[in-house]
Ligand binder design. Structure first.
Ligand code: NAD
Length: 251
């Protein structure tokens, strides 16, 4: 029996990268997964890849993480299709452009904060009441190493990811005594389309040196931590920030 047997999960940003790996890993562990993303093609692709091996275990729903109504819809679908909501991984995110704070484009600030920070608040605002109805639940929010330290030319991203840590800790204080565990995961640089788009291969080679382990991470390495945090094996873990960063923050 898998560690998430018969659980129902929502994974946002599951059309690509870390979210896609996560959706796979959760289904492998026995969960039913709602694959949520704005990107339809990638979302359907994730679902097809999963359904080939685990028929009937997932559904793709197009949803914009920066809209509260879309999160409400995802929660309703989880309850109607699968009976309840037990797990949510709020993973959808964008990198935004790179520019120093004094030049950072105002619209980009609004957009990055809307998806990466407000999106996580809207998600939890919709998910928490459903998990209270279920009597138990686990939320894992995906922040970053940049939720702990700064990074030149990424003011909006770093600010939003720091905000996700504070939001997670606050919600954990509020709901841990009511059966909900709420944690935050901070990956370092992981090989996904996000960093391939944001950084040149040359810049990435320079960034490898910031990771004491000597390489970038893989999406599956983030997924394994999130699966564990989402499972009953992590029954005493709440309000915590977990790094999966090849030693980046230990420098
Ligand atoms: P990715 O670009 O491969 O995947 C992100 C997914 O989020 C995409 O499928 C995209 O369509 C979706 N998305 C973006 N905006 C959305 C919106 N408004 N509504 C719904 N879906 C939306 O990137 P990834 O690297 O897999 O990133 C996943 C998460 O991990 C993000 O929150 C990111 O900030 C975080 N993270 C990534 C890294 C890294 O190095 N890759 C490091 C630390 C944290």
């Amino acid at each position: 029996m898998g560690s998430l047997q018969d659980k129902v999960a929502i994974v946002t940003g599951a059309a690509s990268g870390i979210g896609r790996s996560l959706a796979h890993a959760m289904v492998r562990e026995g969960a039913k997964v709602i694959i949520a993303d704005l990107q339809e093609q990638g979302g359907h692709e994730t679902q097809r890849m999963i359904e080939d091996r685990y028929p009937g275990s997932s559904v793709f729903i197009k949803a914009d993480a920066s809209r509260f109504q879309d999160h409400e819809f995802l929660v309703k679908e989880a309850e109607q299709r699968f009976g309840a909501l037990h797990i949510a991984v709020n993973n959808a995110g964008i990198a935004g452009p790179m520019a120093p704070t004094g030049d950072y484009p105002l619209e980009a600030w609004e957009h990055v904060v809307a998806v990466n920070l407000s999106g996580v608040f809207y998600a939890m605002r919709a998910q928490i009441p459903a998990m209270l109805r279920a009597g138990k639940g686990s939320i894992v929010n995906i922040s970053s190493i940049l939720g702990r330290v700064g990074f030149s030319n990424a003011p909006a991203y770093a600010a939003a990811k720091h905000g996700v840590v504070g939001l997670t800790e606050t919600a954990a204080l509020e709901y841990s005594s009511q059966g909900l565990r709420i944690n935050v995961v901070g990956p370092a640089f992981i090989r996904t389309p996000m960093i391939a788009e944001a950084l040149t291969e040359e810049a990435l080679q320079g960034i490898v040196g910031l990771h004491p382990i000597g390489r970038l991470g893989e999406p599956e390495e983030v997924a394994e931590l999130v699966v564990w945090l989402s499972s009953d094996k992590a029954s005493f873990v709440t309000g915590s920030y977990y790094a999966v960063d090849g030693g980046y923050l230990a420098r």
